[in-house]
Design a protein around this ligand. Sequence first.
Ligand code: AMP
Length: 393
Amino acid sequence: MAKKTIADVDVKGKRVIMRVDFNVPVENGVIGDDRRIVQALPTIRSIIDRGGRLILMSHLGRPKNGPESKFSLKPTAERLGQLIGRPVHFCQDCIGPEIEKKAAALHDGDVLILENLRFHKQEEKNDPAFAGQLARLGEVYVNDAFGTAHREHASTFGAAQAMQGKPRTIGFLIEKELKYLGDAVSAPQRPFVAILGGAKVSDKINVIEQLLGKCDKLLIGGAMAYTFFLAQGKSVGKSLVEPDKVELAKTLLAKAGGKLVLPVDTVVADGIDSTQTSIVDGGVIPADKSGFDIGPRTIKAYQAEIAKAKTVIWNGPMGVFERPQFAQGTRAVAQAVADVTRHGATTVIGGGDSAAAIEQMGLSDQVSHVSTGGGASLEYLENGHFSTIDILD
Ligand code: AMP
């Protein structure tokens, strides 16, 4: 169902509380990569330019026992201030009477960032009292944190529930994510090619099942392929496999018919640190070797499938791309996805490692969309909706 966005709400003079994903890397108080802040700018600007009084809330990292300065959101207030060219207020906490006073004192166009939500363990528990205290701060609720949209936390779910009766909308980042991911799965231009890789089949079983029902070809790479080889009775040597998923892999293979495509060759080595590599046929991995990447014939075959596509979704690397000797498969797929985008295909990169690979290669702006949420995009492909967004207007 189409969702209202913040553009549909008159925010002038109103306190707008917005969940953003400012979970940026911070080292010694310095932000390494500010992309997550930059991606929230269209929504932030839309609110403050129209006279809204903006209160931003986010998590950063995984603090375990209350406040820790290395997980403070303070550096993001400074960075956002530079980006929008005006001072951004910062609060030492995210709830309580002091914060309520500061929120009430905001003027039109002001921005206030609350301290890390996860300094309170009630955030991840979706504690109703904590959610209620967040909700009290705003008169309008916005969620623009795609990266945490698959989690029912106090800031993403409870606070929105508590603000029933007030305007509650998505921001432009979530709107864009839903458009690309949603269109790709519900109304794809065909051929629709899905590419899945990464370490484990188990993480992606439900996604494989969902995608098999929708796509024309599902190309498999990464260690995931070896569990399918086992299911076919082939040899995988010392490769990373999930023996307890072999039966399931058999079922998926039977269901998939010709849709599920496995590597025809594999780059193998003695171990992950070895630079002595060789190529073997797919599923013929010697007992003393492990597979770490798709081989050159697989690259060619996958490039050919991708080149024919009108829609591509890619999640998970083709090999251990962190090591140059095993990065070729992932790099070739990234390039093929960028190339087919130039020829008019819609291409969506599902966050996480595939997004990192595309970025490392400088190809981010040569694909249609790079998702800002790895886990969230997988869950969206699996379920087709988020409860945190279902409850918004
Ligand atoms: P995931 O989080 O499931 O998407 O997995 C990503 C990780 O899978 C990356 O860190 C890769 O290094 C790893 N990976 C990909 N292919 C292999 C492989 N053949 N053997 C071991 N790990 C792999």
